[in-house]
Design a protein around this ligand. Structure first.
Ligand SMILES: NC(=O)c1ccc[n+]([C@@H]2O[C@H](COP(=O)([O-])OP(=O)(O)OC[C@H]3O[C@@H](n4cnc5c(N)ncnc54)[C@H](O)[C@@H]3O)[C@@H](O)[C@H]2O)c1
Ligand SMILES: O=c1ccn([C@@H]2O[C@H](COP(=O)(O)OP(=O)(O)O[C@H]3O[C@H](CO)[C@@H](O)[C@H](O)[C@H]3O)[C@@H](O)[C@H]2O)c(=O)[nH]1
Length: 433
C-alpha cells in the first residue's frame, strides 16, 4: 500500500483522502486552514456530505489517516502528493491558479536531494497547467541548488469526476479513472492506487487528461442548458418537457441523464469550468459559440421565476415570497453559484420580503432586513403569498398540499405533479410544462 498526502481538505481532498485510506493506503490529509484540521482531528466533518462521516471513521479505525497543517511532515512521509486545492474563477472567467502555485512552491521547498515525489493534480486546472507545474517545480528546485531537478519529481494529472452529495459513492464506483503524464511508468504507478476499484482506465498525456475533465463538465452543462431551452419553448407550445426528456433519453445515443429542466446549473464546478474553458478558447483564438450560449441560457434560467411573476403582472413590491431550497442541489450544504442567490437578489431589488428555508443551509452571504431565514418550511410558506421551489430536497416532495390553497406556487424543479399543483394552489407554474 502506498504513502499518500493530500493537500487541501475541501470536498475533493477529504473524500479522496478518506476513500484512499479506506482502500488501505496510508494517507496524510493537510490543509492550511487550521480550524478545519482541528475539527477533523476531533472527528468533526466540516462539510455536509452523505456517507463521508462513516468513511472517515472507518479510515481512522484502521489507523490509515491523519490530519495535519504541517507541510514538512506531509511531504517527507509520502511518495504521492495529491493537490486538491480550490481553483475558483477570476473576474475574467479564467481559473485562479494561485492556490495551486502556493502548494507547488511549498512542496518544492520540502523536496530534498534523495527524494522522488509523484505530484498528482486532482484540482480542475486549465489545459497546460501540468506542464507549467513541471517548469515551476524545476525552477524552484534549481533555485534550491538541486542540479538535476527533473530526477526528483514527476507531475501527473488525475482529474476528479465526483458529484457533491454523492461524492463517496462516485469515488468508490468511478465511471473511469483518467491519468495523464509525460512518463508512462509513473502514470501506471499512479493508476495502481485505484486498482482495487477495477475501473475503466484512460492513460494519456497531461493536456489530454486536463481536457477530458473540462470537456466532460462542459458537455454536461450543455445538456442542461439545451433542455432548459427546449423547456422554455415547450411551455409556449403546449408540450410537456418531462415527457420530451423521457422520450429523448430513451434513445441510447442521447441517454437519460442531465436532461432535467429546472432553474439551471449552479455549484462550484459547472459555471466556473465552462467559463474557464471559454477563457482558454479565447487564449488560443478558437471560437466558443456553444459554451457562450450555455452560460447565457443558464444565467437567464436561474431567474426564470422572476420573469414568470413579472410576465403574469404579479407585483413584487412588498410581496412576501417563500423560497424552499437554498443549496445549489439537494444533499449538500454548498450554495456556491446557487440559483437561490440570484433569485433572492432579484426579489430584494424589487422590494419583496423573502422567507427562505433549506433543510441544511442556515445562513446566506446576503445581509438585508427583508431576507429572513426560517427554521421550518411551513413557517416560510405560511408567512408568504408566493412560494418558489428552488432545490428539490426530498423533504419537499411529500408535503401538505392543502397549505397551497391561497398561494401562487412556482415549482422550479418540476417535483410536484402538475395536476396536484392545479388542484391545490391558487395559481401555479412549473418549468416547460
Ligand atoms: N467540489 C466538487 O464537487 C469537485 C469535484 C471535482 C473536482 N473539483 C475540483 O477540485 C478542486 C477542489 O475543489 P473543492 O470543492 O474540494 O474545493 P474547496 O474550496 O472545498 O477546498 C479547497 C481546500 O484547499 C485548501 N487550501 C488552499 N490552499 C492550500 C494550500 N496551499 N495547501 C493546502 N491546502 C490549501 C483550502 O483551505 C480548502 O480547504 C477544484 O479545482 C475543483 O474544481 C471539485
Ligand atoms: O439534469 C440535470 C442535472 C443537473 N442539474 C443541475 O446541475 C448542477 C450540477 O449538478 P451535479 O452535476 O449533480 O453536481 P456537481 O457536484 O456540481 O458535479 C459536477 O461537477 C463536478 C466538479 O467538476 C464534477 O466532478 C461532476 O462530475 C459534475 O457532475 C446542479 O445545480 C443541478 O441542479 C440540472 O439542472 N439538471
Amino acid at each position: 500500500m502506498e504513502k499518500i498526502s493530500i493537500l487541501g481538505t475541501g470536498y475533493v481532498g477529504l473524500v479522496t483522502g478518506s476513500c484512499f485510506a479506506y482502500l488501505g493506503h496510508k494517507v496524510i490529509c493537510l490543509d492550511i486552514n487550521k480550524e478545519k484540521i482541528e475539527k477533523l482531528k476531533k472527528g468533526e466533518i466540516p462539510i455536509y456530505e452523505p456517507q463521508l462521516d462513516k468513511i472517515v471513521a472507518l479510515a481512522e479505525e484502521s489507523d490509515n489517516i491523519e490530519f495535519t497543517t504541517d507541510y514538512s511532515y506531509a511531504i517527507k512521509n509520502s511518495d504521492f502528493i495529491f493537490i486538491a486545492v480550490g481553483t475558483p474563477s477570476l473576474p475574467d472567467g479564467s481559473a485562479d491558479l494561485s492556490f495551486v502555485e502556493d502548494a507547488l512552491k511549498t512542496i518544492a521547498s520540502y523536496i530534498n536531494e534523495n527524494d522522488f515525489k509523484i505530484i498528482v493534480n486532482k484540482s480542475t486546472v486549465p489545459v497546460g497547467t501540468g506542464r507549467w507545474a513541471t517548469k515551476l517545480l524545476e525552477n524552484e528546485l534549481l533555485k534550491k541548488g538541486l542540479k538535476e531537478p527533473q530526477k526528483h519529481f514527476c507531475v501527473v494529472s488525475n482529474p476528479e469526476f465526483l458529484r457533491e452529495g454523492k461524492a463517496v459513492e462516485d469515488f468508490m464506483n468511478p465511471d473511469r479513472i483518467v491519468i495523464g503524464s509525460d512518463d508512462k511508468d509513473i502514470a501506471l504507478k499512479t493508476a495502481s492506487l485505484y486498482s482495487t476499484l477495477n475501473p475503466p482506465m484512460i492513460i494519456t498525456n497531461l493536456p489530454t487528461a486536463e481536457m477530458i475533465k473540462y470537456a466532460s463538465n462542459a458537455f454536461l452543462a450543455t445538456k442542461i442548458s439545451f433542455i432548459n431551452e427546449m423547456a422554455n419553448l415547450s411551455e409556449k407550445i403546449g408540450a410537456d418537457i418531462e415527457i420530451v426528456s423521457k422520450g429523448m433519453g430513451l434513445d441510447k445515443r442521447i441517454g437519460p441523464y442531465f436532461l432535467k429542466a429546472g432553474l439551471g446549473f449552479g455549484g462550484s464546478c459547472f459555471p466556473k469550468d465552462v467559463k474557464a474553458l471559454i477563457h482558454t478558447s479565447r487564449k488560443y483564438n478558437v471560437e466558443s459559440s456553444i459554451l457562450d450560449a450555455v452560460i447565457k441560457v443558464n444565467e437567464n434560467q436561474k431567474i426564470k421565476p422572476i420573469k414568470i411573476l413579472k410576465q403574469s403582472n404579479i407585483d413584487l413590491n412588498g410581496a412576501k415570497v417563500a423560497l424552499w431550497g437554498l443549496a445549489f442541489k439537494p444533499d449538500t450544504d454548498d450554495i456556491r453559484e446557487a440559483a437561490s442567490l440570484n433569485i433572492i437578489n432579484e426579489l430584494l431589488k424589487n422590494n419583496a420580503i423573502v422567507f427562505a428555508y433549506d433543510p441544511i443551509v442556515k445562513s446566506l452571504p446576503i445581509a438585508n432586513k427583508n431576507l429572513i431565514i426560517t427554521k421550518d418550511k411551513y413557517e416560510a410558506l405560511d408567512k408568504s403569498d408566493i412560494l418558489i421551489l428552488v432545490t428539490e430536497w426530498d423533504e419537499f416532495k411529500n408535503i401538505d398540499f392543502k397549505r397551497f390553497r391561497d398561494k401562487i406556487v412556482i415549482d422550479g424543479r418540476n417535483i410536484w405533479e402538475k395536476n396536484i399543483l392545479k388542484k391545490y394552489a391558487k395559481t401555479c407554474f412549473s418549468i416547460g410544462r
